[in-house]
Structure formats: structure tokens, C-alpha cells
Design a protein around this ligand. Structure first.
Ligand code: KDG
Length: 349
């Protein structure tokens, strides 16, 4: 089976239990998160040979993060544990998550500035050696937002991966508290010519080099909940600009009252747009839903599913994640996701 690697920051996640608000919390549950780490975990959990590369401080917090990854079958050999000489503040990035309830949205507070990962000098990494053994590389738009060194590193990884003919997936993953929309768009525009499988790029990215005439009726951006026709048009526009892209997928959320939520997705693959079923469900913890969508699609593609199964498996993977506490989609197996995708909710006994 293909060998997968992803690169990014792993963070300690602190969550008040029982949907408590942070301002009244008296305790926090500890777990770990980070978009790319979530994907590495989900794929390892489905039996894929999955490796994660990151930088953590060589202290108990860093080691605990690595231990959690290892205990979930993620290969961690390339991970760098740094000394205070290399990363003076010697911090593991942290984030606080106040889990929303019903119509009260979740809230994230980052405490990740000057983390060991963001301070590390990535020019020391031998990228050729790092990527030499893999068939698939996944990157996201979070890492380049962390520092200049991280951004340069991500671009270099894209170049090297392309030379090595590694399949590249990329999730735009815009984080407004890390950089501006324009910075994200400009950086992602540099990445797009390398990408085979694309997630989470909002359509505005497309239009950096277009004039208003080319944008046509999409010049004010794209609706948050596009119709099939609108989405198809966006995909085709994208592909005409970046013919290297083999697959683009977009997750669309329909929020209802209370905790009820619906998800579906659109995907462009093999010259056609496909729309998934619409899934309606209650949310326990929505963080990592986009990562579960991406890992589901990567898994489906690696296993040669047809377009219809690919997109439905990806959405079902995200739906399951919304019912699991924690960032990562640790399900029983691919069969669980396939059952949900086929809307077969029976208990097997
Ligand atoms: O997609 C989930 C991520 O948002 C979460 O794991 C934290 O990586 C994270 C980030 O930077 O927001």
C-alpha cells in the first residue's frame, strides 16, 4: 500500500469538560491536535502506512505528544526533538478549545506563538532524505502561516516532492488569526501548481490573476452554500488555470437550529463534478471535521474507490468525526465509515 507522510505542528489541546465555558472552567481535558497530525492519525487508524514529521521541544510535553501519535500507529521516526539552544522558548504550541453547544459556537484560543515548531530553522532539514521513501505527501496552509522558515520549508517540500513524483495533497485551511486573507491567498497561489489533490481553498484564491470579466457572475466570490451548477463552474475555472490538479473537494456545511447540522460535499474528479449525499446529525465536537474529510478522501483515493464512493466516504468520515471527542478521527475501521456512507446504522451483533 502507498506510504503516506505529512508535516505540521502538533499542539496540546486543552478543553473544559462538559461543554463548560473557558471563563468558568476549573479543569481542562488534555489531548493533542493539529490539522496534519489529525490526518496522519486517521490514516494510520485505517491501516495506512502513515508518517508524521514535526518539531517538538525535548521535554515531557513534546514527548507526550509523540507518545500519543506512536500509540495510534503513526510512524514518528523523522520527528525532531529540539534543545533549548535550537528553539530558545522551548515551547509546545497549545490551544484552548471551548466546545460549542447547540447554537453556541465553539471558540479557539491559540497559545502557539514562538512554539519550538515555529522557531525551528527548517533550512537544516535534508528534504531529499525526509521524503525519499514516500508515495503521498500532505501539506496545509496552516504551517506556512507560522513563520518565514516554515513557509520556505513548505515550498521547498513541494518542489522536492514534485521532482520525486510523489502525489501531493494540500488543504488551504485558512486561519484568520495567523495571517491575513491576502497573505494566505498569495502563498497558496504559489503552492497550487504542485498540487494533485486540493482541499479547503476558498474560491477567491482562484481569482488573484483574473480580471473582473473572467470572474463573470462569480466576481463577488462564491456562495457559502453553492448550488451544483455554481460549484461545477468554480471547479472548471480552477482546473483550466491549474491543469495539474486531479481532484478538488469541498465540504459544505448547513447549520440548523440546535445542535443539528448537515454536511455534504462536492468533488471534481476525472473531468466531472460529483455531489455527495446530505448527512444530518448532531455535533459532539466539530474540530477536525475538515481533516477527517481530507483523510477519508485520501484513503478512498488510495484504495481506488470510484468517484461516488470517494466523496461519500469522505463526508461520512467527517460526519463520524463530529460525533467523536478530540481532534482526530479514531474510528473502528473503514467498514464503520462505509456503513455510515451507505446509511446503514444497524448494530452488528
Ligand atoms: O483542523 C483542526 C485544527 O484546526 C486543529 O487541530 C488545530 O491545527 C490546528 C489549527 O491550527 O487550527
Amino acid at each position: 500500500s502507498p506510504k503516506f507522510i505529512t508535516i505540521g505542528e502538533v499542539m496540546l489541546r486543552l478543553t473544559p469538560p462538559n461543554y463548560d465555558k473557558i471563563r468558568v472552567a476549573t479543569s481542562f481535558d488534555a489531548s493533542y491536535g493539529g490539522s496534519e497530525a489529525n490526518i496522519a492519525l486517521a490514516l494510520a487508524n485505517l491501516g495506512i502506512d502513515s508518517t508524521f514529521f514535526t518539531v517538538v521541544p525535548d521535554n515531557s510535553l513534546g514527548k507526550s505528544a509523540v507518545r500519543m501519535l506512536r500509540s495510534n500507529d503513526v510512524h514518528c521516526t523523522p520527528i525532531i526533538l529540539t534543545t533549548p539552544d535550537e528553539t530558545p522558548t522551548h515551547r509546545l504550541g497549545t490551544y484552548y478549545l471551548e466546545t460549542g453547544y447547540g447554537i453556541r459556537p465553539s471558540q479557539v484560543i491559540y497559545d502557539r506563538k514562538h512554539s519550538a515548531f515555529s522557531e525551528y530553522d527548517f533550512s537544516k532539514v535534508d528534504i531529499d532524505a525526509l521524503l525519499c521513501d514516500y508515495d503521498w505527501l500532505h501539506l496545509s496552509g496552516i504551517t506556512p502561516a507560522l513563520s518565514k522558515s516554515c513557509a520556505d520549508f513548505i515550498l521547498k517540500c513541494l518542489e522536492v516532492a514534485k521532482e520525486k513524483n510523489i502525489t501531493i495533497s494540500f488543504d488551504g485551511n485558512f486561519r484568520s488569526t495567523l495571517w491575513t486573507w491576502e497573505e494566505a491567498r498569495d502563498f497558496c497561489t504559489l503552492c497550487l501548481p504542485y498540487v494533485d489533490v486540493l482541499f479547503g481553498i476558498e474560491p477567491y484564491h482562484l481569482y488573484k490573476d483574473d480580471n473582473d470579466h473572467e470572474k463573470g457572475d462569480l466576481k463577488d466570490g462564491v456562495p457559502f452554500q453553492p448550488s451544483f451548477k455554481q460549484q461545477d463552474k468554480i471547479f472548471r475555472h480552477f482546473i483550466s488555470r491549474y491543469p495539474n490538479i486531479k481532484c478538488i473537494a469541498r465540504h459544505v456545511r448547513y447549520a440548523h437550529s440546535g445542535s443539528e447540522n448537515s454536511l455534504k460535499a462536492f468533488m471534481w474528479y476525472q473531468g466531472e463534478t460529483t455531489e455527495s449525499k446530505l448527512f444530518t446529525f448532531n455535533i459532539l465536537d466539530r474540530v477536525g471535521g475538515g481533516d477527517a474529510f481530507a483523510s477519508g478522501l485520501i484513503y478512498a483515493m488510495m484504495n481506488g474507490y470510484d468517484a461516488d464512493e470517494m466523496i461519500n466516504f469522505a463526508v461520512a468520515s467527517s460526519v463520524i468525526k463530529h460525533t467523536i471527542r478530540g481532534d482526530a478521527n479514531i474510528t473502528d475501521n473503514a467498514e464503520t465509515i462505509r456503513n455510515l456512507m451507505n446509511m446503514n446504522y444497524d448494530i452488528k451483533r
